[in-house]
Design a protein around this ligand. Structure first.
Ligand code: NAD
Length: 289
């Protein structure tokens, strides 16, 4: 397939490189990042998408996505599919889908889970909103870049799944960290805490796969002095998106709101910026009521 790829950052670069390595013709564009091996550098976003059957965007936020969409949609071939893999607000995802369809294009919102490790290894999970036909067109590319793609429903459904998942992640990470901090103060050995909880009803991905305590459980950012991984400011971004979405539909999400407040304090007023989101553990360990 001919692919246009816009946004070659930490996630986009390995995703585009994997598509090129699988034999697809990939033209890439980024305003700052270098073009990865196997990808042809385009001189502009419009240039990257002109010949493409599928255009993939992997951009920082919904505002930038909407601006890029306005540049590339008029340049895309009729019948091509615009597939956005960024994490953005549901409203931006739906607005871009409307713009694309009005121009005779297909449109998918297809945010991912799995982080930079998953992007490099080609093991991402895609959660996808849009038409079944467009999903089928892009499915072979999801198979190259990931291990699983779930068609969640109409436009916006992929972003809805992503922000709900990450709201659970933010809340369970804080819960896991505060339980470790309490266990420490009660004199419980961290390894014993892991051994019990990881096989008891308190288990979660945050405990079992991404344990915030160094030296305990599988290797995680905690073992690299909390170098991300998944940075606290990205978790804050996602918790802001879930709270915005909750407000727009009148959903009561008290734990999501509290998690958002904790990550905002950590990133904006403490030393959380640039640290993995599991560094909530040393933050809570230091605190005393
Ligand atoms: P990043 O900042 O490394 O990459 C974004 C890229 O977009 C940058 O290289 C930037 O130069 C480029 N860009 C910005 N404006 C542009 C424009 N107008 N035209 C072309 N390129 C432009 O971010 P990332 O970590 O690759 O994340 C990308 C998206 O994936 C975000 O929405 C993020 O929330 C989501 N995401 C990230 C992770 C992760 O672990 N990093 C995991 C899941 C989802």
């Amino acid at each position: 397939m001919r692919i246009g790829f816009i946004g070659l950052g930490n996630m986009g670069a390995p995703m585009a490189a994997n598509l090129a390595a699988a034999g697809h013709q990939v033209a890439g564009f980024d305003t700052a990042a270098p073009t990865p091996q196997g990808v042809t550098a385009a001189s502009s976003a419009a240039e990257a998408v002109r010949e493409a059957d599928v255009v993939i965007t992997m951009l920082p936020n919904g505002q930038i996505l909407q601006a890029v969409a306005a540049q590339i949609i008029p340049a895309m071939r009729a019948g091509a599919v615009l597939c956005d893999c960024s994490t953005v607000d549901v409203d931006s995802a739906r607005a871009v889908a409307v713009m694309a369809r009005d121009a005779g294009l297909g449109a998918l919102d297809a945010p991912v889970s799995g982080g930079t490790g998953g992007a490099q290894a080609g093991t991402l999970t895609f959660m996808v909103g849009g038409d079944a036909g467009d999903f089928a067109t892009v499915q072979p590319l999801f198979e190259v870049m990931g291990q699983k793609a779930v068609h969640c429903g109409d436009s916006g459904a992929g972003q809805a799944a992503k922000i709900c998942n990450n709201m659970i992640l933010g809340v369970t990470m804080i819960a896991t960290c505060e339980a470790f901090a309490l266990a420490d103060k009660l004199g419980l050995d961290r390894q014993k805490m892991f051994d019990v909880v990881s096989t008891s009803s308190g288990y979660s991905w945050s405990m079992n796969a991404y344990c915030p305590a160094p030296g305990v459980g599988p290797v995680s950012p905690a073992d690299r002095d909390y170098a991300p991984g998944f940075a606290s400011e990205l978790m804050l971004k996602d918790l802001n998106l879930s709270q915005m979405a909750a407000e727009s539909v009148g959903a009561d999400t008290p734990m999501g709101a509290l998690a958002r407040q904790h990550y905002e304090d950590f990133v904006e007023r403490e030393d959380g910026r640039g640290r993995d989101f599991s560094a909530m553990l040393p933050r809570l360990s230091q605190r005393q009521r």
